[in-house]
Write a protein of this length. Structure first.
Length: 224
């Protein structure tokens, strides 16, 4: 389970490039680990750093107003390319809690949902207006309100978005798929109790030989 986050507030970094793929988000030479910690260093590394390791001052995350960004505002088709989950991990490890775009690659969006990274879809006109507001007030706070389904720009403009109810609830309450399943623990236990009575052979202890109940129908039987 992740931390509950009904509202995300912080600096939004504008990166309005279209078709930003996962190899640009986290280049392949950073994929030598299955650990999530430390991947933030590799986030956009070929755009953030020169070959000698020095920062490229023209890249948005290297500019003082945006170094501590919690929200990334990107162009259409964000997260296209390969299905690497490291792209989501790198964004989260850097400190990004929400990505705003007009369209996301489907696999990236699913990976984001499983890791509690909010993906917010705005219309193209609203996205352009949000980027303009951030450019006008760099470093000012932007808000992503998951409860109200609203993005509030630094100048106060409000942009509505839609999100699947289950995905929105998981983000707001800090639930992952296991957490959402455990909410139904009583119902699962009740089903198992009924099923154990109806099909006891399914629940046999391995290695223990018991005769299956006599039956004249085609009910499944335990293999011995």
């Amino acid at each position: 389970m992740s931390a509950a986050r009904p509202v995300i507030r912080g600096v939004a970094a504008p990166l309005p490039r279209e078709n930003i793929d996962t190899d640009q988000i986290i280049p392949k030479h950073h994929l030598i680990t299955v650990e999530r910690q430390g991947l933030g260093r590799g986030l956009f590394s070929e755009w953030r750093f020169a070959p000698d390791g020095t920062e490229r001052q023209d890249f948005v995350l290297n500019q003082p107003p945006f170094r501590s960004a919690k929200i990334l505002v990107a162009g259409a088709n964000f997260g296209c390319g390969s299905s690497r989950e490291h792209a989501v991990w790198a964004l989260l490890d850097y400190g990004i809690e929400a990505v705003v775009s007009s369209a996301f690659a489907s696999i990236f969006e699913e990976n984001a949902a499983k890791n509690a990274l909010a993906t917010i879809r705005l219309s193209e006109p609203d996205l352009r207006a949000l980027v303009a507001a951030i450019d006008a007030l760099p470093g000012a706070e932007t808000t992503v309100d998951l409860q109200a389904c609203m993005v509030v720009a630094p100048d106060g403009q409000r942009f509505r978005f839609e999100m699947a109810p289950a995905r929105r609830r998981a983000l707001i309450e800090g639930l992952d798929e296991i957490g959402m399943t455990l909410e139904r623990a009583d119902r699962i236990a009740a089903f198992q109790q009924r099923d154990r009575q109806q099909r006891p052979w399914v629940y046999d202890i391995p290695g223990r030989r018991e005769e299956a109940p006599a039956s004249h129908d085609n009910s499944p039987r335990r293999h011995t």
